[in-house]
Design a protein around this ligand. Structure first.
Ligand SMILES: [Zn+2]
Length: 332
């Protein structure tokens, strides 16, 4: 059913009213067996306005949106779902201005919706990467007038910039994965094309600085010992050889360099995607919110081999990731 979506129009046709949206959310969250967001108990009485927990020591009331990003929302779920589709389907993201026009809501509402959705896209799985990884850092943001040439935006530049925010990226090296494509009709016969594709995932973290004291603990947390770690020759990566098989690659001015099979092209390719998106769509991103943009770009990148509708359906599984209030959002 929902996995058959081919476009936004089909999404909106399917989620035609709030009742359909609510039952889809219930099926997606609970498999239709309501579980209490307060105590985790499975099983609830149906009330006029939602559910009441069956556990004696709890008996608390809840609805299908309690504990999700949709909790206490005044915006219809239909609009939420449309925003989720647009935010995850657009390769470079969608601005709050564009979303407000597309959905006929205020820009303030659109801005809030998008930040909540980004928060939902955070990768909270605490799995450690192994095998081979590429690690690199980049600087995002800053005022456009301080930039001189295009290559300053795209390329890897100085290691410190007063008005920029550093981000650490870890890319797991390519692995072969089966990707099932859509059915195609070839010479009058319907066939399913299976394509083996190389692809890699990224893990991102916004940091205060790029010192070894900051970088190394992030590595230890995210990458298993004895993995192969490829970086450039930046001094903060010195010492990683104690824990990892460390390959440091010297870069000449702005050139991508490969030594044997070792390179940092994957993560550098991702940086240019992130920066093009942030500069092209969002123009300027405040350091306070940068980590959420990283969630968004990371999520889309890591799910780039699946179709937009499938990604949209997958996104529902993260609805109870977190609920970001407006107060938290505007807090400095
Ligand atoms: Zn309960």
């Amino acid at each position: 059913m929902t996995t058959q979506f081919k476009s936004l129009i089909q999404v909106l046709d399917f989620f035609k009213d709030e009742t359909t949206c609510v039952s889809h959310l219930a099926a997606s969250r609970w498999d239709n067996e309501p579980s209490c967001p307060h105590c985790g108990n499975v099983g609830a009485y149906i009330t006029n306005r939602g559910y009441k927990c069956k556990a004696k020591e709890c008996h608390k009331k809840f609805t299908v949106t309690t504990g999700t990003i949709f909790e206490n929302t005044k915006i219809s779920l239909r609009l939420w779902f449309a925003a989720m589709y647009l935010c995850t389907a657009h390769k470079k993201g969608i601005s709050s201005l564009q979303l407000s026009r597309d959905l006929n809501i205020t820009q303030k509402t659109a801005w809030f919706l998008l930040h909540r959705i980004r928060e939902m896209l955070a990768n909270n799985e605490a799995t450690q990467l192994d095998g081979g990884v590429e690690v690199d850092e980049t600087f995002v943001g800053g005022k456009n007038k301080n930039r001189h040439a295009n290559k300053k935006i795209e390329g890897s530049q100085g290691r410190s910039a007063a008005d920029k925010t550093p981000v650490i990226g870890i890319a797991q090296k390519s692995e072969y994965t089966i990707v099932e494509r859509d059915h195609k009709v070839i010479k009058g016969r319907r066939v399913t094309e299976r394509v083996y594709t190389k692809y890699s995932n990224v893990t991102l973290q916004v940091v205060a600085d790029t010192t070894a004291e900051t970088l190394h603990p992030i590595m230890f947390k995210n990458v298993k010992a004895d993995s192969k770690v490829v970086t450039d020759a930046y001094r903060s990566y010195c010492g990683l050889g104690d824990t990892y098989e460390h390959v440091a690659i010297k870069h000449t001015e702005g050139n991508y360099i490969t030594v044997g099979d070792d390179h940092t092209n994957t993560i550098e390719g991702f940086w240019s995607l992130l920066k093009r998106g942030i500069i092209g769509i969002y123009h300027q991103v405040s350091p306070t919110h940068l980590h959420r943009y990283c969630h968004e770009f990371g999520y889309r990148y890591n799910s780039r081999m699946i179709t937009d509708p499938t990604r949209f359906v997958e996104t529902f599984k993260r609805a109870d990731n977190i609920r970001l209030t407006y107060k938290q959002l505007i807090a400095k």
